[in-house]
Design a binder for this molecule. Structure first.
Ligand code: AMP
Ligand code: MG
Length: 412
């Protein structure tokens, strides 16, 4: 039995990045860039106005005030999208809209609110400084510069930036295809006729959903009976995937053949058991370059071991630098106890109260109680060597990013 940290290290050591592919811009969201992106243009492409106002020569207005207004002749109106036709000479100004190019001769823009217009003349009642309200050409992005480094994660701001440099497609790391096989004679699948002595294959779907959340593409292999033949047969169908997940059958029961079958298929096993709860029986190995996980069958164990080990592996395969869920500190609102020797991941509800986070367990921690996973928005990390934590102590909670947004208007 190896500690959680060692298991994670071993897994991440074995896992390699996927190849790359070209994708259209919106489908790049959430993925990792596999190329540096260089801008072919300046942005803004010209000196442009940041305000609706007048393009002026600042020197003429250095003394302007309500008492001593400076009156200028308005020689043209420049809308966004139009090009200026005239050069500003002394005594002149052009009406200009936000985003329009600043005309020759002008070196500042004065906001329309700070002027008094009268026909083709305008009275300036405030001084301006050189450069006021002008966005300089290339101020945001310069042609030839790298605007996004390789390995950047693409979020909405990156999508905007890529569009602003004209990229409709980008090169990203591929999404891993993940074969998912549920095992157990007791299992029925969605669509099977109801039978009172079967339980539903919930793991196949919970794990498929976790795969999607982690950026992968699930390939459902259905349910295999607890026989060597059926396990080999089904697993063989999944061999073209980039990663293989099996749920159940990895324990020490008389029908737990998964370990043997993985051996027969040529999987080199790294470990069988991790000192954690839920989830102690957890097998990990490699079939050449393909990671293979035997997850425990109990629905909570399956999901929790996925969170701890499979999700980071899938993220590494997709090129992400940040592999783990955020962990916060929270004040424990009830006393908890356990036997030392295993790391417990306690299903928990964490709330922000005032300027601190408070955390409660969801109660029953049986690894078969999937409803407790539904209630939980975090996993409280109860360290291996610890046997009890008193109410009021600070603990670490891994956020599952669920039910954690606030309904209240943020106070900032
Ligand atoms: P096992 O690891 O095969 O001994 O399974 C442990 C427990 O998890 C048993 O109670 C199984 O019925 C249950 N279980 C195994 N696979 C699934 C599954 N795909 N969906 C829901 N429960 C399962
Ligand atoms: Mg089983």
């Amino acid at each position: 039995m190896i500690p959680v940290e060692k298991a994670l290290d071993a897994i991440l050591d074995h896992v390699r990045r996927m190849g790359t592919e070209r994708t259209d811009l919106l489908h790049s969201l959430g993925r990792v860039l596999a190329e540096p992106v260089v801008s072919g243009r300046d942005h803004p492409p010209w000196n442009s106005s940041a305000m609706d106002g007048y393009a002026v020569r600042h020197g003429e207005l250095s003394q302007a005030s309500e008492q001593h207004p400076v009156t200028l002749e308005v020689i043209e109106e420049i809308a966004a999208g139009a090009l200026p036709q005239k050069t500003i000479q002394p005594g002149q100004a052009s009406r200009i809209m936000t985003g329009a190019p600043v005309p020759e001769g002008a070196d500042a823009v004065i906001r329309v609110e700070d002027t008094r217009g009268e026909g083709n003349r305008v009275r300036m009642v405030q001084p301006v400084e050189a450069g006021d309200h002008i966005r300089l050409r290339g101020e945001d992005i310069r042609a030839g510069n790298i605007v996004l480094a390789q390995d950047s994660t693409i979020s909405s701001a990156e999508v905007g930036l890529l569009a602003s440099v004209g990229r409709s497609h980008v090169q990203v790391y591929q999404r891993p295809r993940v074969a998912i096989l549920a095992t157990g004679n007791e299992l029925a699948d969605l669509g099977d006729a109801f039978s009172p002595n079967k339980i539903m294959n919930s793991n196949g779907y919970a794990v498929a959903a976790q795969v999607i959340e982690a950026g992968g593409v699930p390939v459902l292999l259905g349910v295999a009976k607890d026989t060597r033949e059926e396990l080999v047969d089904r697993l063989t169908q999944g061999l073209s995937a980039d990663l293989i997940l099996i749920s159940g059958g990895v324990s020490v029961g008389a029908y737990d053949f998964v370990k043997d079958v993985l051996g027969e298929l040529g999987v080199t096993m790294a470990f069988w058991k991790v000192a954690m709860k839920p989830g102690e029986p957890l097998a990990f190995g490699m079939l050449q370059a393909k990671p293979v996980f035997g997850l425990p069958g109990n629905p909570v164990s399956t999901m929790v071991t996925f969170e701890q080990f499979v999700r980071p592996a899938l993220r590494k395969m997709q090129g992400h630098a940040l592999l783990f869920r955020p962990v916060i500190e929270a004040v424990l609102m009830e006393r908890i106890t356990k036997k030392p020797g295993k790391t417990h991941f306690v299903r928990a509800v964490v709330k922000k109260t005032g300027d601190r986070h408070e955390v409660w367990t969801t109660g029953n921690q049986s690894s078969g109680v999937l409803t407790s996973m539904v209630k939980a928005n975090g996993l409280l990390i109860f360290p291996s060597e610890s046997g009890e934590i008193e109410k009021g102590q600070t603990v670490k909670v891994q956020l599952l990013e669920k039910n954690f947004s606030s309904q209240a208007v943020p106070g900032y």
